[in-house]
Design a protein around this ligand. Structure first.
Ligand SMILES: Nc1ncnc2c1ncn2[C@@H]1O[C@H](COP(=O)(O)OP(=O)(O)OP(=O)(O)O)[C@@H](O)[C@H]1O
Ligand SMILES: [Mg+2]
Length: 385
């Protein structure tokens, strides 16, 4: 479960400004391998200095998208523009991009410091500058004392950090990071995330990152693209993706959520709950504060995240909220949170999460207890696709 939406981001939202020109533009890009469509007619704009994440299940086309931007693959159809210029045919080393591969691709015969220095030596930078940059990078990834080792003398996580240092050393305008932190333990991973954000902002770089870790994407990104089978399903800020997913797919992919299928009942602009819509689900009607353009009777889903549901032994005092009766079926203790699996009268299970704010609770809720679940009209979402 995503516990937070990450730190409050800097004021940066060029995508909301119609006058701003994207730094990178994918224009109707399709990539086929034989008959197989890996990327399908995809459009995407990324802005200068943006920290942009690609999220999606294995095989959805994330690496392929990056490889096309870096110049290791050419699109089958469509174009990729960099600062408005078509970059097709431009070889990788002539592009202002640098890609850190999923597989690291370190040089096995070179020491850690040589690996990091390699690109800088190719560019004929002065020796003193190279040494200084290598030292800075070694510090950054906390491998100062490993400078003289070779890749086969390192752990997987250490190798990953060398690859990260090597890709950052050249300070490319666009850094493509394919699962850069996957092999790191949680603490190091979180530290490195913040270091990455600092570097990105200090140097004014544009980052495109692939991650399987949603919390990581939420923490580091200005915007996230959620992909499915070669297509982008939604592009939005972390908070929008989490609070206003545009489909069942995105809602289900990011964070924990209850999704209940139902039928759109009506728009009720002036009822006791304010301007709301109603969704008829099995056994109850959900009241949701949301605008949606749907005809009555249409199949929709009602969704609500567990942490937005209040669980209590008594019915809620505020009758303007959504309320359901059920029985606690199971409890998961996660330390900071407890997750209650509550069985409704029809047999359906709804998840409610509660922060464990005090160590001792007067009346703990136990398995088998009858309980009430309640949530506000602005807590739920109606999903139309
Ligand atoms: N050179 C290739 N030839 C044929 N098919 C390929 C080739 N490269 C990638 N594919 C296919 O294209 C699809 C997308 O691959 P891609 O590597 O972009 O996925 P991904 O989203 O990066 O997945 P993962 O999260 O597992 O790294 C996959 O089904 C893959 O098998
Ligand atoms: Mg990949």
């Amino acid at each position: 479960m995503a516990k937070s939406l990450g730190p409050v981001k800097r004021k940066f939202s060029p995508w909301t400004d119609p006058a701003s020109v994207p730094f990178i533009r994918f224009e109707n890009v399709t990539k086929r391998f034989g008959d197989f469509v890996a990327v399908s007619n995809l459009n995407l704009d990324i802005y200068e200095r943006e920290f942009f994440s690609l999220l999606g299940p294995s095989g959805c086309g994330k690496t392929t998208l990056m490889r096309m931007l870096a110049g290791f693959e050419e699109p089958t159809e469509g174009r990729i523009l960099l600062q408005g210029k078509d970059i097709s045919g431009v070889p990788p080393y002539r592009r202002p991009t640098n890609m850190m591969f999923q597989s690291y691709a370190l040089f096995p015969h070179m020491t850690v410091e040589k690996n990091i220095a390699f690109g800088l030596e190719q560019d004929n930078l002065p020796k003193a500058d190279i040494a200084a940059r290598v030292e800075e990078m070694l510090k950054l990834v906390k491998l100062d004392s490993f400078a003289k080792r070779k890749p086969n003398q390192l752990s997987g996580g250490q190798r990953q950090r060398v690859a990260l240092a090597r890709s950052l050393a050249k300070r490319p305008k666009v850094l493509l990071l394919d699962e850069p932190l996957g092999a790191l333990d949680r603490k190091l991973r979180e530290e490195t995330q913040f270091e990455l954000m600092d570097i990105q902002q200090d140097l004014g770089l544009t980052f495109l990152i692939v991650t399987h870790d949603q919390e990581e994407a939420m923490t580091v990104s200005d915007r996230i693209a959620v992909m499915d089978k070669g297509e982008i399903v939604q592009v939005a800020t972390p908070a929008e993706i989490y609070e206003a997913p545009n489909s069942r797919y995105v809602a289900d992919f990011i964070g924990d959520i209850n999704i209940l299928e139902g039928k759109f009942e009506c728009h009720d602009p002036a009822g006791p709950h304010g301007d709301v819509v109603r969704v008829a689900c099995e056994g109850f009607t959900a009241v949701v504060e949301q605008q949606c353009n749907v005809a009555p009777g249409q199949d929709v889903a009602f969704a609500v995240r567990p942490e937005k549901i209040r669980i209590s032994p008594e019915p809620p005092a505020d009758t303007s909220v959504n309320a359901l009766h059920g029985e606690v079926w199971d409890i998961g203790y996660l330390g900071d949170f407890s997750v209650f699996l509550v069985k409704l009268e029809g047999g359906r299970i709804v998840r409610a999460a509660q922060a464990n704010i005090s160590r001792l609770v007067d009346r703990p809720i136990s398995v088998g207890d009858p309980v009430w679940l309640s949530w506000r009209a602005d807590a739920g979402i109606v999903l139309t696709r």
